[in-house]
Write a protein that binds this ligand. Structure first.
Ligand code: AHG
Ligand code: MN
Ligand code: MN
Length: 336
């Protein structure tokens, strides 16, 4: 019998592995290595104000060492950890234009590919505001034993095996799904373990928060403008006007809306016709989590997870959150 009440991430994974007899432990090993890197980044983020790691890459610190911007540091830590896992044959990160293939024998045999935004919300690093890491994991389509191929990285989001994010906020949390619901784990820094704190997260079907960079209002599509006006109207029956909340870190904005109910929007504009956010390592993983929590994610007309990527860094308009809110927005975009 268990004599203490916490469930660590590792215990949780072991329990869940027993639910899936076909699992050989590869994904668990992969996640284990990812989490070690996340803990290293947590430590670095928490020390960011104390040591001289803020600022731009390429600068030199007082010891004459070249400074690494936190997103470059994050990128390197995660890449090393994923290669060390031996379960990943290649990855795409926001920091690298080209696909990275791991060509050691172990990794070439790896079953998975990884796509990630190692540090999301970079503009918030220097001002002590929440930032994050976002990732998605796919089974490769190319044969094992060979280098990863471009087609491994161009699969629809609906083929994702697992996705998650880490939010480095007032506490550090991992939110994770393998397609059987969403679980949230909070890092207890005193024991260095992620502990199950939010089992089976469900997003409220309706919310009262809308999150968008409203400074760009003038450039938004008409349907989005109409929806923003709807959020601002006075109607006590439907709890309007809603509350506007925007951090500028997708992870943190989404995380708040996941728990409280709400909608996050990043539309296209006339000058940025595909929006800003990246399909592969920002929108897809968040969409998978949103759907697994009962929410919805759309590019305004189509389900995000149905989009067929043409390139690994492609952008898409992105609307995600409480199901009813995203559906109403889609209606307004379609002009209904
Ligand atoms: P990143 O720091 O990885 O480049 O991502 C920043 C993204 C996302 O986190 C956020 O939602 C959005 O950019 C904010 O953009 P605006 O400053 O245009 O609102
Ligand atoms: Mn980002
Ligand atoms: Mn980033």
């Amino acid at each position: 019998m268990k004599r203490y009440s916490i469930t660590t991430l590792n215990e949780f994974i072991i329990q869940r592995q027993a639910d899936f007899p076909y699992a050989k432990g590869e994904l668990s090993r992969l996640l284990y290595h990812f989490v070690v890197a996340a803990k290293i980044l947590h430590k670095k983020v928490n020390k960011a104000g104390l040591v001289d790691i803020l600022g731009s890459a390429g600068q030199t610190n007082v010891q004459g060492e070249e400074q690494k911007k936190l997103d470059v540091f994050a990128d390197e830590v995660f890449i090393s950890a994923l290669q060390a896992s031996g379960e990943v044959c290649g990855l795409v990160t926001e920091e690298n234009q080209e696909i990275i293939t791991f060509d050691d024998n172990l990794s070439r045999d790896g079953k998975y590919i990884f796509m990630m935004d190692p540090l999301d919300g970079s503009s918030n690093i220097d001002v002590n505001v929440s930032i994050g890491t976002i990732f998605s994991i796919f089974r490769r389509v190319s044969p094992r034993g060979h280098s990863a191929r471009p087609e491994d990285f161009l699969q629809e989001g609906s083929r994702m095996v697992a996705a998650g994010y880490v939010v480095y906020g007032s506490s550090t949390m991992l939110v994770y799904t393998t397609g059987h619901g969403v679980s949230g784990f909070t890092l207890d820094p005193s024991i260095g373990e992620f502990c199950l704190s939010h089992p089976d997260i469900k997003m409220p079907a309706y919310g009262t928060i809308y999150s968008i960079n409203e400074g760009h209002y003038i450039k938004f599509p008409d349907g989005v403008k109409k929806f923003i006006k709807y959020c601002q109207e006075n109607d006590p029956e439907t709890n309007r006007p809603y509350t506007s909340r925007y951090i500028g870190s997708l992870v943190a904005d989404f995380h708040r809306n996941l728990l409280k109910g709400g909608i996050f929007m990043y539309p296209q504009t006339a000058t940025a016709t595909t929006g800003k956010l990246r399909l592969a390592y920002e929108c897809n993983p968040i969409a998978f989590i949103a759907e697994q929590a009962g929410g919805k994610a759309s590019d305004g007309t189509q389900r995000i997870l149905d989009l067929k990527p043409e390139s690994v860094h492609q952008r898409t308009p992105f609307y995600t959150g409480s199901r009813a809110m995203v559906e109403l927005l889609e209606e307004m975009i379609s002009g209904a």
